[in-house]
Design a protein around this ligand. Structure first.
Ligand code: BGC
Length: 416
């Protein structure tokens, strides 16, 4: 079957770059919160090895790359910008473009500089202009090279994990604060959307595209016959993702989202960016994984149909081209990753939704936040000790689809 979707790969700066930077995940590591004790200052040493990584990407036929810039590297102190970091990223972007790889640039992917964290980060509405100042800096610095932007990665995961579950920095456990953070980030997205467009236009550039990367799941009741479970599943979906979808895409803030600055209803996304991994089964006020369902190495249910239902919800809110900006799985031995990719792509192809891009999460195995180096999501295996990169079988399967423009079940049995 023809594969009408362009295949790319995704990453995030703090997960691959390494380097002893003053950001909140380095601090979180020092405080002992990484399960395997590994350290983001090592990761894939990509800051020194990006040429090698981009060469490998290009050799694999990959022509679309989603990555992020590290705020703490570019602005290590409030108002002080490190020009050498900017030069480094510019070289990197020029190098990938030279290899015919189109960049999709994420401006914020989970990490805050410590100085911003200490000011209250996204829990303080007075910091909205501080984030926007960084956005303006990024556009001034990279706006001539990059057309496509993601403002913020997964405001809901950032807010829930950091301020409700206490699993991410700053480790708080308050539902009220988590909802506040999500709302403030939605305000930041809308303003950043406007700012990027305005600045690029003033710079004389056309073709600007801006979106935010939304993490969505399917929330399904443990029993559809139970009105209680069904109501709880709907409520959870609304609180975790529905209200945020509406606020970020249309500027309409409905409870529990709140506007912290003046925002007019409008259209605040040029493409729909979906990060999809799994489904959650809801039993009353708790959720977990469906009994006997296929799961990945982190116990997340593998549920390919869900990628279509989540993309459909976005499309119904604002009809725009769909980019799957993350999809992938933790499969430490690379035994089911190819099938996972195949099933998710096939679900999308059969859906007839206007999906134009699919960015596999991720390119190389990397620093998987709380799980550290122990959870592998890459198409390329990382030996963290030697820093050797080796293409996995799933990577070869991906290359074959890119090379042929086809998706076929026989491709799943590619020889080594
Ligand atoms: C995040 C990635 C993360 C991936 C797998 C996504 O929610 O954006 O940074 O590595 O999930 O957990």
């Amino acid at each position: 079957m023809n594969l009408p979707i362009k295949l790319g790969v995704a990453s995030a700066s703090a997960q691959i770059e390494g380097g002893n930077l003053k950001h909140n995940w380095n601090d979180w590591h020092i405080k002992g919160h990484i399960k395997d004790g590994s350290n983001p200052t090592r990761a894939c040493d990509h800051w020194n090895r990006w040429r090698e990584d981009i060469d490998l990407m290009a050799d694999m036929g990959i022509r679309h790359y989603r990555f992020s810039i590290e705020w703490a590297r570019l602005e290590p102190e409030n108002g002080f910008y490190d020009g050498s970091a900017a030069v480094g990223y510019r070289e990197m972007i020029l190098y990938m473009k030279g290899k015919d790889i189109t960049p999709l640039l994420t401006l914020h992917h989970f990490t805050n500089p410590m100085w911003f964290e200490e000011m209250g980060g996204f829990a303080n509405p007075e910091n909205i202009p501080v984030f926007l100042k960084f956005v303006a800096y990024a556009v001034r610095t990279f706006g001539d090279l990059v057309e496509e932007y993601i403002t913020i990665n997964e405001p809901n995961v950032f807010a829930v994990q950091g301020y409700y579950a206490g699993e991410f920095p700053p480790g708080q456990k308050s539902a009220t604060t988590a909802l506040k953070v999500m709302s403030i980030m939605a305000c930041c997205h809308v303003r950043a959307y406007q700012l990027i467009h305005q600045m690029r236009e003033e710079m004389g550039h056309i073709g600007t595209k801006v979106g935010f990367a939304h993490h969505m799941r399917v929330f399904t009741p443990v029993s559809s016959k139970s009105a209680w479970h069904t109501t709880c599943a709907k409520t959870m979906a609304w609180l975790f993702q529905g209200a945020l979808t509406k606020a970020c895409l249309t500027g309409r803030f409905s409870a529990p989202m709140r506007k912290y600055i003046e925002i007019k209803p409008g259209e605040y996304s040029d493409f729909l960016a979906l990060n999809y991994y799994t489904r959650s089964t809801v039993t009353g006020t708790k959720y977990s994984t469906k009994a006997n369902a296929p799961v990945n190495d982190l116990g997340w249910e593998i549920y390919p149909k869900g990628i279509v239902s989540c993309a459909t919800k976005l499309y119904e809110t604002l009809p725009r081209p769909i980019y799957i900006t993350e999809s992938g799985t933790c499969d430490n031995n690379d035994t089911f990753r190819s099938k996972y990719i195949y099933d998710h792509l096939m679900a999308l192809v059969k859906s007839k939704l206007p999906v134009s891009r699919y960015y596999h999460w991720c390119f190389t195995d990397n620093f998987e936040w709380c799980e550290g180096e122990s959870a592998r999501f890459g198409l390329v295996h990382m030996d963290y000790e030697t820093q050797e990169r080796t293409i996995k079988d799933s990577g070869r399967f991906y290359m074959e689809m890119i090379k042929t423009g086809l998706i076929k079940p026989e491709m799943l049995d590619l020889p080594n």
